[in-house]
Write a protein that binds this ligand. Structure first.
Ligand code: SF4
Length: 484
């Protein structure tokens, strides 16, 4: 077969998206931009003329995975047809110069605030902009952003090659997007950036100040997605519970959820990443009162000891959190609660850790993730004393997961015999004998699995459809159901 030329065949672009769903949406926007400009998307690196790696830089492990993937794609470029290797995402904001200096196979970089530069980076001529597209509108920021900025929260001057301007990009409903999720489910990024001062986190330096998308823009995108067959929407942002504060909206997230619930075709709507002290009574009542809004809250608490939380610059503590969790359960019957913690934060004593363990036992979360602390360059916690040895951090991480495993098993077994709605997703990636699906209790990609081993009268069951099911078996994290 002869080699394609620019005049006879479109440029083929392959994307590798790493990290969280927020990064995935950025990849989907970049895919939309290159597709609108006439490029063809390919899932196979060996077929691509241009390979784009959209990186994550959240913690050490994510940075390493990003670098490994870039090197893997560089090998594809060296061995195959690819002419260009582009690196995008958080790693670029953090290590812009190093990437280009140390990995010569990289032809161009695209930061989180420069998504539209993907076309120039990939050597693709831009398509004329769609009417009304306005992703670079500069929105007013929250007063907190100015205060935190004056304290150096967003400073990037010590980062080699970081461009001085903070990312300010925000896509809108007119920005093209190619969904990488199953056709019935989509994320919508409702806000970008973060103004919180968490001392272990460099997301604000990487992603910029908190900024919300316009209310109407989110609604318009949700309506478009619903018309195209999407039935489940997951709202994301670094902190969705601040949504609208910069637009002068009070209870912005609750208002947005109520409006989205009016979209007839949508069946499930959920939001991820709530900030603990931003969960208002009104928000809880909205979740409880709207059938389409999943009774599911993901609130990363990070720790339970007031001392550790203070050093994390987050505030709160086990008593406050337990009261708040009690209120959540009281307001939303059948609530599914997810959280995540960081263990081994500098100065975390055995007493702090015991308090965290007691809290995990008392709070009884449905889903829980634990990260071992790692020093990030540029994070305030880097300078704190009292660092723990990595082996101790890992031991603590495992202990919390062990406690949670028992809680999870008990809570899941208590559900055996219950009936609930299931979004069928198709054959399981783990075994051909079973299919998989998700319930309201399961956010896409992060929570345990629901396996279907009995289709009952639904031999013609199809992925992307909702079915009633009965829970027949429960394991530590996964469930087995039959369709009824
Ligand atoms: S809330 Fe804290 S941990 Fe989350 S992105 Fe903002 S600064 Fe980072």
């Amino acid at each position: 077969m002869s080699k394609p030329t620019a005049t006879t065949e479109p440029v083929k672009v392959g994307f590798v998206s790493l990290g969280c769903p927020k990064n995935l949406v950025d990849s989907e926007v970049m895919m939309g931009l290159v597709a609108r400009a006439g490029a063809e998307l390919t899932p196979r690196a060996e077929d691509a003329d241009v390979i784009v790696v959209n990186t994550c830089s959240f913690i050490d492990r994510a940075q390493q995975e990003s670098v490994d993937t870039i090197l893997e794609m560089a090998a594809h470029k060296a061995a195959g047809r690819a002419k260009k290797l582009v690196v995008a995402g958080c790693l670029v904001e953090r290590f812009r110069n190093e990437i280009q200096r140390d990995i010569p196979e990289v032809d161009a970089v695209v930061g989180t605030g420069e998504l539209e530069n993907i076309l120039a980076a990939a050597g693709i001529a831009p398509a004329p902009p769609a009417n009304g597209s306005s992703p670079f509108v500069v929105l007013p920021s929250r007063p907190e952003a100015a205060v935190r900025a004056s304290r150096g929260r967003f400073a990037r001057s010590e980062w080699d090659g970081a461009i001085a301007d903070l990312p300010n990009y925000l896509y809108d409903e007119n920005t093209p997007r190619v969904l990488a999720t199953p056709r019935w489910s989509a994320y919508i990024k409702i806000a970008e950036g973060c103004d919180h001062p968490c001392s272990f986190c460099i997301i604000p330096q990487l992603r910029g100040k908190f900024r919300s998308r316009r209310f109407e823009s989110v609604v318009a995108e949700a309506e478009q997605l619903a018309r195209s067959g999407v039935r489940e929407i997951t709202l994301i942002g670094q902190d969705t519970t601040c949504y609208g504060e910069d637009l002068g909206l009070k209870e912005g997230l609750a208002l947005l959820l109520e409006r989205l619930a009016l979209i007839e075709e949508l069946r499930w709507i959920r939001f991820l990443y709530a900030y603990p002290n931003k969960i208002t009574g009104r928000l809880l009542e909205t979740v409880a009162g709207q059938e389409k809004i999943c009774s599911y809250i993901d609130v990363p608490l990070q720790h339970a000891s007031a001392g550790v939380l203070k050093r994390m610059k987050r505030g709160g503590g086990s008593h406050v959190f337990l009261r708040s969790i009690e209120k959540m359960h009281r307001t939303i019957p059948g609530l599914t609660l997810r959280t995540s913690f960081i263990v081994g934060f500098p100065g975390e004593t055995e007493r702090d850790f015991d308090e965290l363990c007691d809290f995990v036992r008392a709070a009884e979360f449905d889903w829980l993730g634990v990260f071992g602390y790692s020093d990030e360059d540029g994070a305030a916690s880097h300078a704190l004393g009292g660092k723990l040895p990595p082996a101790e951090i890992e031991q603590r991480r495992r202990k919390v997961m062990q406690i949670q495993k028992q809680i999870s098993r008990r809570r899941k077994k208590a559900l055996v015999g219950r009936r609930f709605d299931l979004l069928l997703e198709g054959p399981s990636a783990e075994t051909e004998l079973l299919w998989e699906g998700r319930s309201e209790m399961h956010a896409p990609e992060i929570d345990g699995k629901v396996f279907v081993n009995d289709f009952g009268d639904h031999a013609d069951a199809r992925p992307g459809e909702f079915y009633r099911c009965e829970l027949t078996e429960a394991h530590d994290y996964d469930l087995v159901v039959k369709l009824v």
